[in-house]
Structure formats: structure tokens, C-alpha cells
Design a protein around this ligand. Structure first.
Ligand code: F6P
Length: 360
């Protein structure tokens, strides 16, 4: 059975569906199988830099009903890099040592960090500095973490975006309109590509494939010529304008947010093609709600595998999904490669084969 351990788990970066499935699996494996203790750290590194440290004991009863819950019972943050943390007086402070001290105050033997590439890079830097035994679990609706074919939250987001397209289809047909659905994904077009094919979109625009407006309008015209007076388009938030500009704005906290390409395109398409256009910006709906069965499976498999890595004292590793099974890689290797949509990806070929306009 090995020596008794006390381990910590935190969720970091934007929330997504399936995080609670991970937490539940970690507790079941660590407490149920190994008879260890699990501390859930609140609001990611913010919990570790707080005094007293914000954390709670997680036993099997606590996670009994979490499998189907959206969000994260531990809370999270996607603001404030701990190496340049914004302080009340407006200055930036390196708070990494407080986080390391917080980890040691809890008497932890290892830490499981559930995050995207940005969070995992920060956690790894802290772990190296503080000699923390870290295991990474990839999560992000953007599905852009290197090496892993899937990250937690992606499948649920694709399901939601697909359902949105399904619903828009009927209203588009009823009114003979071009319906544009703007989806998240940051710099990667995985959500748009996957949901676009699954939801029968006529046009899919992703950041990895530059588009031309005349190609988009030609597709709309082509459908009109076939007697189909409506069209559905899905566009990733990081698709640029025809001038190559990213549609973004700064919020009142100074954070850069993507958004607006749907409305921009609607205007351009209406002006160029004369088609009546409407826009739906799906936003955070994609991150919320009940996790899909696949995200529950992935979360469960990753949670169990992460605890097993701690049992065999293999640290600085990340669990990944490859060829229908869990595979273990060094965290550095995963965060060292960004996973955008490969223009030669099989799904890109599928979209082209279906006659979907990718704008190029
Ligand atoms: O990285 C996940 C993500 O949902 C992106 O797709 C999106 O651009 C961003 O986070 C939104 O962040 P926030 O929750 O801070 O608005």
C-alpha cells in the first residue's frame, strides 16, 4: 500500500464542465484505494497565498454528488499571474514564495494541478522553485494543450455549440437568413471546427485558416442559387477582420477579451451579399452546465491516473489522452507545444469533403 500521503488538488484558469468529475475521481482513488488524505485548495493559487490558507478536507461523502455538477467546487481564477500579482495599491508583486509556503503549511506530499497550458506553466514554475511534487491534468474548452488529443471540458463545449447550431438552423430556414454563431476557443479553432461539422454548418471560420469575404459570400450565393435561402456559419472568436485585426477589447480590470467578430462579419456579409444576417454569441454558456458523458469519463480516467502517478512517485508529469487511453508525458513537453488546428487535420479534410466553406 505504500506510505501514507496527504495530497492537494486545485483547479486553475477558466472553469469548464468535468472539473468536479476529476476531483471526485482523485478523492475516490486517493482516499478509497490508498487511504490517503486529500485537501482541496480553494481558488487555485489564491487559496495557497491566503492566510490562513484556504483549503478543505475532501472525503468520499463530500464528492458523492459532484460527478454531474458543472463548474468547480473548489473555485478557480484566471486572473493574476502569481509572479506579477496585482496588489491593492496598483503595484505588481511576486507572490510565488507565499504559495510555496502555503503548500508546506498544509503538509502536502504532492499537488495535482488541473489547468490549461497557461496555468500549468505557472504551476510548474512554482513547483520547480519550491520543490513541490506536481502532477498536471489538462482542462480547457479550447482543447489547445499540447500532446493530449482531448482536454477536459472540450467535449461539453462542442455539444453545447452543436446544439446551438441545431436550434439556429430552423430559425434561419424560417426567415431565410444567414445565422452566424460566434464561439470561444481563444487562438484555436477546435470548437468551431468540431461543432461546425457536427451541427451541419455551411461555413466554418477558424483562426488557423485565413478567409476571404468573397469566398464566404460566394458560398451564400451558391446556396441561394440552389434554392436554399438560408445559411449557417460558425466563427471562432479569434478569427480576424479582413484587415487582419483581432476583435478584442480591454475590460475595466485591464484584461484583454476576445469578441465581436460575429457582428463584424454579419455587417460585412450583409453589405457585400445583401443577405439578412443575425448573430448569436454563445459565450460562457459553452463552459457551464452538466458535463457530457465523455468529459465525465475523461475526468475520471485522468483523476485516477494522476493519483497513481503520485503513488509511484513519478512527478512533474501530465496525464494525456492518446489513442483511446491515458498516456503520461513530462509537463514541460506538453506545455512546450501549442495545439492549434492543423490545416491538414482529418476534420479539416472532412469539412472540405462535405463542401463546407472554410473561407479560403
Ligand atoms: O480559455 C477558455 C476561455 O473560455 C476562452 O475560450 C475564452 O476566450 C476565455 O476563456 C474567456 O475568459 P473569461 O472567463 O475570463 O471571460
Amino acid at each position: 500500500m505504500g506510505e501514507h500521503k496527504r495530497i492537494g488538488i486545485l483547479t486553475s484558469g477558466g472553469d469548464c464542465a468535468g472539473l468536479n468529475a476529476v476531483i471526485r475521481a482523485v478523492v475516490h482513488r486517493a482516499v478509497g484505494t490508498y487511504d490517503w488524505e486529500v485537501m482541496g485548495i480553494c481558488r487555485s493559487t489564491v487559496g495557497l497565498m491566503s492566510r490562513p490558507v484556504q483549503a478543505l478536507y475532501l472525503d468520499i461523502d463530500r464528492v458523492d454528488t459532484t460527478l454531474t455538477m458543472g463548474g468547480t467546487i473548489l473555485g478557480t481564477t484566471n486572473k493574476g499571474n502569481p509572479f506579477a500579482f496585482p496588489m491593492a495599491d496598483g503595484s505588481l508583486s511576486d507572490r510565488s514564495d507565499e504559495i510555496i509556503e502555503g503548500y508546506h503549511q498544509l503538509g502536502l506530499d504532492a499537488l495535482i494541478g488541473v489547468g490549461g497550458d497557461g496555468s500549468l506553466a505557472i504551476l510548474r514554475r512554482i513547483a520547480q522553485q519550491g520543490k513541490i511534487n506536481l502532477i498536471g491534468i489538462p482542462k480547457t474548452i479550447d482543447n489547445d494543450v499540447g500532446i493530449t488529443e482531448r482536454s477536459i471540458g472540450f467535449d461539453t463545449a462542442v455539444n453545447i455549440a452543436t446544439e446551438a447550431l441545431d436550434r439556429l438552423h430552423f430559425t434561419a430556414a424560417s426567415h431565410s437568413r444567414v445565422m452566424i454563431l460566434e464561439v470561444m476557443g481563444r487562438d484555436a479553432g477546435h470548437i468551431a471546427l468540431n461543432a461546425g461539422i457536427a451541427g451541419g454548418a455551411d461555413i466554418i471560420l477558424i483562426p488557423e485558416i485565413p478567409y476571404r469575404l468573397d469566398n464566404v459570400c460566394r458560398k451564400i450565393k451558391e446556396r441561394q442559387d440552389q434554392g436554399k435561402n438560408f445559411c449557417s456559419a460558425i466563427v471562432s472568436e479569434a478569427v480576424c477582420t479582413t484587415e487582419g485585426e483581432l476583435m478584442k477589447y480591454q475590460d475595466r480590470f485591464g484584461e484583454c477579451r476576445l469578441g465581436g467578430i460575429g457582428n463584424y462579419l454579419a455587417e460585412e456579409i450583409a453589405t457585400t451579399s445583401g443577405a439578412e444576417t443575425r448573430v448569436t454569441v454563445l459565450g460562457h454558456v459553452q463552459r457551464g452546465g452538466i458535463p457530457s458523458p465523455l468529459d465525465r469519463l475523461l475526468g475520471s480516467a485522468f483523476g485516477v491516473a494522476a493519483v497513481d502517478l503520485i503513488a509511484s512517485e513519478q512527478y512533474d508529469r501530465m496525464v494525456t489522452w492518446q489513442n483511446r487511453e491515458v498516456a503520461i508525458v513530462p509537463i514541460a513537453e506538453a506545455i512546450g507545444q501549442y495545439r492549434a488546428v492543423d490545416p491538414n487535420d482529418t476534420l479539416v479534410k472532412t469539412a472540405r469533403g462535405l463542401g463546407i466553406c472554410l473561407g479560403d
